[in-house]
Design a protein around this ligand. Sequence first.
Ligand code: FUB
Length: 312
Amino acid sequence: YIKQVLLIASTVFAAEYLPAQNPLITYQYSADPSARVFGDKVYIFPSHDILANENRGRPGWFCMEDYHVFSSSDLTHWKDNGVIVTQNKVPWVRPDSYSMWAPDCIYRNGKYYFYFPSTPKDTTVNGKGFTVGVAIAENPEGPYLPQEMPIKGIRGIDPNVFIDKDGQAYLYWSEGNIYVAKLKENMLELASQPQVLTHLPDKGLKEGPYMFERNGTYYLTYPHVANKIERLEYGVGKSPLGPFTVAGVIMDESPTGCWTNHHSIIEFKKQWYLFYHHNDLSPAFDKARSIRSDSLFFNADGTIRKVIPTTR
Ligand code: FUB
């Protein structure tokens, strides 16, 4: 009887409160965790991997059609706030896209701006391939209203947005290299020509840039394919536009071969955290991933100590 009660209780509460261990979410796939501190909570905006089949996506490849947002005030109990953006409600996204890849979200002037890449119906705006759009909400949990069109001037994936202390916003993304451009105050248009960030590794920078600032140092962090699969590395600079000096490795390659790793770094209640992913729930297929988190520490000189993944 007790077992039955526990089973029913765990089913009822499964979608609401999830245990804090890696992976963080165990009842659906999740990847590319962009974590943000809004108020007294941490919000995670991940990608949502699903499995392709003959009716959706391309079997054997990434398949994603929507985004959920998760929140927690203690990094222990995670609440799934449900779907916030779905491809068939975004006017500019191809209905057969299934390419709602790594997103990000930021707060400005009373609104939450959710940036996401996908493939467009109209390739005359930004060309073929991926571009980036925005959806806006009054609350981090949504509802988010997608813009009619993607941001003009962006070809690429994995948008990451950063607002500097002077209020200037920057958008980073990837397309073979890492690009950056200033954003206008409205957060919906580029305010400068996209520029390629230099002084980084010449090859193997395919995706997932993430910028943060600490004690006047700008940390440009990124997955780098230095040896067949991605490892998390970083460079440091004196400006959000660089130049950056390559500074080290944040997390080594997956020992079991998950090709991608995509991350974000936040400070919450005086502790820094790395959010990243691995294919914990799908060891045989590395395009069905699960988000994880671990504490991150700095050395006295500002360099980042390598994070060793915690597994359950
Ligand atoms: O999730 C799809 C793609 O895989 C992301 O956009 C990349 O960063 C990689 O994680």
